[in-house]
Structure formats: C-alpha cells, structure tokens
Design a protein around this ligand. Structure first.
Ligand code: KIV
Length: 275
C-alpha cells in the first residue's frame, strides 16, 4: 500500500476536538469480522466488557477478566484501521489503587496496540484517571449507570432521578473531566441531566440511553443489529440479524438432511490472501 493510500487512524486529540461539533459515532466491537465491518463507519470502537454478556453469555460483566479483554482487543485491532480503539478495564482490575489501574491499563495497551482505556468512573476515580493520564495513558470515563457497580447502586435502571443521584452524576462528570479524561460515556440518564453534563464538561460526552443531548452516541452493536430477542428500550434496531442467521442455518440444515444442497464449487475454498 502506498503512503498516500494509507488510512490515518483517528487519535485522542481528534476525539477531544469534536466537543460540540459533529456527533461522534461509536460502537462496541469484540471480534475481527465485525470490527472490519464497523471500522469505516465509526470514530471509536469500544472493546466493552459487555462482551461478557453479549459474547460469553454471562449474566453480568462482573466475571470478565483482563485476559478476556486483551484477547478480544487483539482481534479488533487486527481489523480496525481508522477508528480509535478503546479497551474497557474490567471489574477488579483498576479500583483498588491508581497503581493497580496503571498495571492493568499498560498491559491492555501494550498487548493489544489499542489507543485508550475506559473505566467506570465514580467520583473516587478522579485520582486514578489523573495518575494514568499523567503517565501517558488516555482514559475515557463512564458515569451514570455503571454496570460494574449495579449490585451496589440499584441495578440496571436510569440514574439521576433524585436530587442526590443527580448531584452524584454531576460530581462523577466533573471528577473525570478535571482529572483529564478525553471523553466521558454517560449511561442511562434523562435528557435534562445529559444536557447539563454536556454543557459543564470540557470534553465530548458519549451517550448510551442518555438522549441526543450528548456529543456522540454509543450502542452495543448486537443490540443495534437485532441479534437477540431482547434489547434495551432506548435502542432502535436497524436489522434483525438473529432472524437472518436462524433462517439461513435452518435452510442449510434442511438442504443437508435432504441431501439436496448444490455443489457450488468443486475445489476447497481458500481465503483470497492465501492464493
Ligand atoms: O461495556 C460496554 O459495552 C460499555 C458501553 C456500551 C458503553 O461500556
């Protein structure tokens, strides 16, 4: 590939510069084939710890390990050429101390080649975000509904509906912003609060179930594509991938059972790159 044709990867300063500008398009990605399809459309690909639920069938994200994140992060990085790739730090790998967070984040970046990490950032996480950013690790914050804290903070429901919760989410936003996060995911808050946070922080906010009042949006890709029977209420499905797969496999199974499948190619198919 010539130097002119090489695709330039979006960097952390590019994301920061989008504050108040063209909305950021972000999706989760967990594997090579999907990352390859998403990459040309996205500013950010997040290797989210939601992979525990979406890919591995866990009930929550609590059981996700750093090794799982790194394995999936490597697959995404092999496919993503232009989007900024962010790796979620999973539960238990960053909360104990800034030093623990640095060890996990540096491993995630060094082993995958991704550009940044995300942490679910309660108010306490300001110190950790500052420690990481001062040492060269770009951090995306995540406030509001924090799935890793769902056991302690009242499950998977919207945040900020009481005055105390509203104040807490604002405090989380300010802590992440002042500590140097380059962007902040806001999950599960009403439009009024999302608008207020977006006005108060200096970096782009990226909403999930948090209204269009944010500087960008992120979704779990499988929800957008309709892979499962169920998706959160705020998700508009743009495809019915679950039905498409089930229908295709059902037709293939019927062909196999009736021994009627067409012999499309006589030779064993190999990938174009292997020829
Ligand atoms: O883990 C995840 O996928 C996330 C988001 C969807 C923001 O944190």
């Amino acid at each position: 590939m010539s130097a002119q044709n090489r695709i330039k990867r979006i960097g952390v300063p590019d994301i920061r510069a989008r504050k108040g500008g063209e909305p950021l398009v972000c999706l989760t990605a967990y594997d090579f084939p999907m990352a390859r399809l998403l990459d040309p459309h996205c500013d950010v690909l997040l290797v989210g710890d939601s992979l525990g639920m979406v890919v591995h069938g866990l009930d929550t994200t609590i059981g996700v390990t750093l090794d799982m994140m790194i394995l999936h992060g490597k697959a995404v990085m092999r496919a993503a050429k232009q989007a900024l790739v962010v790796i979620d730090l999973p539960f238990g790998t960053y909360e104990a101390s800034p030093e623990q967070a640095f060890a996990s984040a540096s491993r995630a970046l060094a082993e995958t080649g991704a550009q940044a990490v995300k942490i679910e950032s309660g108010v306490y996480a300001g110190d950790t975000i500052r420690f990481l950013t001062e040492r060269g690790i770009p951090v995306m914050g995540h406030i509001g509904l924090k799935p890793q804290a769902a056991l302690n903070e009242g499950g998977f429901k919207a945040r900020g509906r009481s005055q105390a919760e509203w104040d807490r989410v604002i405090a989380e936003a300010k802590a992440a912003d002042e500590a140097g996060a380059f962007a902040i995911v806001i999950e599960g808050v009403d439009e009024e609060l999302a608008r207020e946070i977006t006005a108060q922080v200096s970096v782009p906010t990226i909403g999930i179930g948090a209204s269009p009042a944010c500087d960008g949006q992120i979704l779990v890709t499988q929800d957008l594509l309709g892979l499962f029977d169920w998706a959160p209420k705020f998700v508009k499905r743009y495809a019915s991938l679950g039905e498409t797969v089930s229908d295709a496999v059902g037709r293939w199974a019927a062909d196999v059972r009736s021994r009627e499948f067409p012999a499309a190619e006589q030779t064993y198919r190999i990938r174009p790159n292997d020829r």
